[in-house]
Design a protein around this ligand. Sequence first.
Ligand code: ZN
Length: 485
Amino acid sequence: MQELEDIGSMASLAAWDEQTYCAVKGREARGQVLATLAAIRHERVVDGAYGEALDELATDGDGLSDDQRAMVRVAKHLHDREARLPADLVRELAEQASRTFRAWLDGRESRDFARYAPELERMLALKVQEADALAYETRYDALLDEYEPGMRTSRLEPILHGLRDELVPFVQRVLERPAPDRSFLDGPFEPEAQLALTRRIVGEVGFDFEAGRQDLSAHPFCSSPSKRDVRLTTRVYDSLEPGALFSSLHEMGHGLYEQGLAARERTAIGRAPSLGLHESQSRFWENQIGRSGPFWQHFLPIAKEAFPAQLGGVDADRFLRAVNRVAADAIRVDADELTYNLHILLRYELERALIDEELAVADLPAAWQAKMEAYLGYTPRDDVEGVMQDIHWSSGGLGYFPTYTLGNLYAAAIGERMRADIEIDEHVAAGDFAPILGWLRERVHSQGFLLPAEDLMQRVTGEPLGHAPFMRYVRAKFGALYGVE
Ligand code: ZN
């Protein structure tokens, strides 16, 4: 188990370096290193003797501690899953991923879906094979389970549709209101000063820079070669939003979670139980804390010191409205907190139809457009703004998108529960984040993968997963900001 974790650690370090400091000409060789590490790891995970040992421990676990029992459960789940996949298929999937990725880049460059479609079709055919080999109750379940262990379509879909039915009319009413002025966020804001301000805020909130760092990359991410060496990345433009600050608050949320797993380092349960739960932490810090009034009551004076010309005449209320502007726009990664889940819903519905072979790749652009119009009232100008905007499908990441919405739902439930325990707003306005981080550390971070995500959340919040806390949260927040009931 520790050796598997060590291999994963080096793969994560090599991948981080590939996206930050690796020389452009060295990237191809780095790709080969990563493929070799993945093959070694896979060989070990599916090893027969290892599987037998896990079986034995799972059936006769006398003398194991609770932690050890959980480690066996997690390791066995992974072994059983990967052992069902033929080695040829695993290799074909990896090779197809790089072909589809190149076709995706080409399709974007030429703004021509037809150049991407044939490779996407081949990828999809392999994903169908993968799902069938994994043999879950439905194909989508098989893919979803990789990212959200234990979650099933039969449980997920009613939650997503319940959310959709309440969210779509609420978003429409918000969009009917006048949009707040956000022009001052365009700056220009000097990049070095943005990075210094970002680092100061991230450090004050509680990210331990002696157990981590922050660097630049094309797309922000968080990876952790060790729970005591957690690496955030960001990117910086002339604008404040989009810019380094809010994307860093997001990645910081992931990073705080990783640092909070330190006691379980090098074990199979030294990880979040699901991507959705991991995303709950980034969303909580970015949106519920980072885009709140009390947060800017505390940090706006500090931001003004860094940018007196740009922010001097902006009060906390105007700032808050600007960074919470709701808009029906094309691009998911730039979407606001309110419309974001509608972007996810659309992707979930399309990818599920694709994997069930109810929707052909050739019909994807039209289906995308129809759903954008139905959910957001927006018509994409072309397929770059539409179906070709995300990298996920090109690399075989089907079943991934719902984890973003699950993250938002978990974050809302966590926030509601935390508010019953501690005075979040008072602490945040005073710049005192320790009680909030401490609450998360004790109940969520330090638990690692002792329990599946939904069980852990049930214990933390006292409620089953649902969309109600999220709707209560956005109705209160955006209702007040936009004057909508
Ligand atoms: Zn995230």
